[in-house]
Design a protein around this ligand. Structure first.
Ligand SMILES: Cc1cc2nc3c(=O)[nH]c(=O)nc-3n(C[C@H](O)[C@H](O)[C@H](O)COP(=O)(O)OP(=O)(O)OC[C@H]3O[C@@H](n4cnc5c(N)ncnc54)[C@H](O)[C@@H]3O)c2cc1C
Length: 257
């Protein structure tokens, strides 16, 4: 079975985000980038399928700048067999990215494509769904469980209120991984050493037979969230008095009770 996993590079969840001078992007200085955490669940599922079947090929693919190479190498260190980096000169929106990724999927003809349910930075949940729409493939997002029986996939996704929706689909299929899907493995030292010897192709949209991706939307600017008011400390008074004061403030100022 041939499986493709789409990987996105995101700022570390612990990173303190600073905006660039024009406010249109984030300032990269001092920011640690990681593999989008949901993409780890996506890759782990692909690896477990290959382990179970005893054969297959997993392609780790990302679209962006040369900086994306690091997360592909991480994917190779986790166990993917081959990397595919698609580079572009300018930033693209989700639609443009999906169009190019769909071309890559068309070229590779995998049986399943895994992606994360969302990028933890932009939080759009666009790409997997749009790639599927470009290809005319079925897709299910926010997937908690996947069972394969030959070319038939049974897919469970959790919906509001904890209910499960169950889908059945023939392959090929695009799956958006949720964190309940599995527990991603740690990257081992031998895995890191092996990753250096695995093939990693670098292509452009033109190499894939597609036009350069267009951008239909433009980010006008990012804004910091409003400053939180400073915390208040209650001390040096009898406990009952302080509790009364906290309750009064919660009722009259915060209006939460
Ligand atoms: C040359 C270039 C430069 C860019 N520079 C920036 C930048 O500086 N800052 C910035 O915020 N964004 C940048 N982007 C866009 C960014 O890489 C994202 O792909 C885009 O914002 C879509 O992310 P999302 O959160 O909307 O994806 P979602 O739809 O939320 O992601 C869902 C899933 O789709 C897959 N996916 C998403 N994006 C990609 C991708 N690029 N490659 C492979 N799989 C993907 C992942 O599996 C992800 O879990 C750039 C893109 C390009 C092509």
């Amino acid at each position: 079975m041939k499986i493709m996993v789409l990987l996105k590079r995101t700022p570390d969840t612990e990173a303190r985000i600073k905006l660039s001078a024009d406010g249109k992007t984030i300032d990269d200085e001092g920011i640690q980038y990681i593999l989008n955490p949901y993409d780890e669940f996506a890759l782990e599922e692909a690896l477990q399928i290959k382990d179970k079947l005893g054969s297959g090929e997993i392609i780790a693919c990302s679209y962006g700048t040369e900086a994306q190479r690091d997360i592909i190498v991480r994917g190779l260190a986790m166990g993917a067999d081959r990397g595919l980096l698609i580079t572009a000169e300018a930033r693209r929106d989700s639609l443009g990215i999906s169009k190019v990724l769909a071309k890559a999927v068309e070229k590779e003809q995998p049986d399943i494509v895994f992606c994360g349910k969302q990028g933890i930075d932009d939080d759009n949940m666009h790409v997997g769904v749009m790639v599927a729409e470009y290809l005319g493939w079925p897709h299910v997002n926010v997937v908690n469980k996947l069972t394969l029986d030959g070319r038939t996939a049974t897919v469970e996704r959790e919906v509001e209120g904890g209910q499960m929706e169950v889908y059945e689909s023939q392959l090929p299929l695009i799956i958006g991984a949720n964190k309940a899907l599995n527990s991603p493995r740690y990257v081992s030292l031998p895995g890191i050493m092996k990753a250096k010897r695995k093939p990693l192709d670098v292509l452009t949209a033109a190499d894939l037979g597609g036009e350069a991706a267009t951008c239909k939307s433009e980010i006008i600017g990012y804004q910091y969230p409003p400053e939180k008011p400073p915390g208040r400390l209650f001390k040096d008074k009898p406990l009952a008095e302080m509790v009364d004061e906290v309750v009064r403030l919660l009722r009259e100022e915060a209006k939460v009770i």
